[in-house]
Design a protein around this ligand. Structure first.
Ligand SMILES: [Zn+2]
Length: 312
């Protein structure tokens, strides 16, 4: 199909990876802003891979951030996906066998996972404030700062704490196996390796406002929805190592991974939802067709040494 040919990375097929019998792919957008060029390219690649494998594509609405999620962004998200020509077989709008597809309706699943992690001693309550964390973690990191393990030792009294307090009213951190290399094969970027305790530290799986952290919700949902391949942006490569640890701790199957190159703007910065000029809405209003959007994205993939962005 034409769409496949226009994205060169589709050619990257790894003979060592066993393709599951039934492919299930997913798109997991958050309704916290308008979708932009970067989302479009990742989602088109995800759809092409599901189409190629002959498996269904699932849309999961990642609306756990109640402060920033908006119904109008949810509506815009589905409209923009449809405009791009993406078709999905399961999702919040069409339903499906793994419903609900809104994360905000899946709290009981996340709570069960948290209880399992607590019972097995994989997590401990963290009472550090934002201020404490800011003071302890000096150097800026490309993502979550490395937690110095201040509350780790409190883990021994976990059972008492859970008796006294509702577990969901605490921050919980995953105890990473310090020094252990987490390795996985990425369908696009090849072999990946991150060392626990060095590349990333004990990370949050639950926040005291009663909401699971991204890492837990995603790992649990991908397993619950029997997703066989996760296609998403390269900014989440390191998160994959964290999610693999969660999968192992919960005894969940690990999906295959395929991370897509990021798209940069004219200043060489990663696209974010604040880039309104590159939102699909704006591109569409400027007269662009879906195929132009794809061409523009592919021409501006993040390449080592390249800071060039879209010429608009
Ligand atoms: Zn702490």
């Amino acid at each position: 199909m034409a769409r496949l040919n226009s994205i060169r990375i589709m050619d990257a097929v790894d003979p060592h990876v066993i393709t599951p019998a039934v492919y299930r792919g997913r798109l997991a957008p958050s309704p916290t802003g308008l979708l932009h060029l970067g989302h479009a390219s990742t989602f088109l690649i995800a759809e092409a891979r599901a189409h190629e494998a002959g498996g269904p594509l699932v849309v999961r609405n990642e609306d756990l951030d109640t402060q920033r999620s908006r119904p109008e962004f949810y509506t815009a998200m589905l409209e923009d996906l449809a405009w791009l020509g993406i078709r999905w077989q399961e999702g919040p709008d069409v339903g499906g066998p793994y419903a609900p597809y809104n994360q905000s309706e899946r709290q009981s699943t996340y709570r069960a996972a948290l209880q399992k992690l607590i019972a097995a001693g994989h997590v401990y309550p963290c009472r550090c404030s934002r201020k404490d964390l800011a003071r302890m973690t000096q150097a800026p990191h490309d993502d979550e700062p490395i937690y110095p393990g201040t509350c780790r030792s409190s883990g021994s009294g976990t059972a008492d704490i859970v008796d006294r307090l509702a577990a969901t009213e605490l921050n919980w951190r995953f105890r990473v196996p310090d020094g252990e290399a987490i390795e996985f094969h990425d369908g696009h970027f090849g072999p990946q390796r991150f060392v626990a305790g060095k590349d990333f530290g004990d990370f949050l799986v639950w926040r005291k406002d009663g909401v699971p952290a991204y890492q837990l919700a995603v790992a649990v949902d991908d397993a619950a929805m029997e997703i066989t391949e996760v296609v998403r942006g390269a900014d989440l490569l390191k998160s994959t190592a964290r999610q693999i640890l969660i999968c192992r701790a919960l005894g969940l199957p690990e999906p295959l991974w395929f991370h897509c190159p990021l798209v940069r703007d004219a200043n060489g910065e990663r696209l974010a939802k604040r880039h309104d000029a590159l939102s699909l809405r704006a591109l569409r209003a400027s007269g662009m067709k879906p195929e132009d959007v794809l061409r523009l994205a592919a021409a501006n993939f993040d390449k080592p040494g390249s800071q060039r962005g879209p010429d608009l």
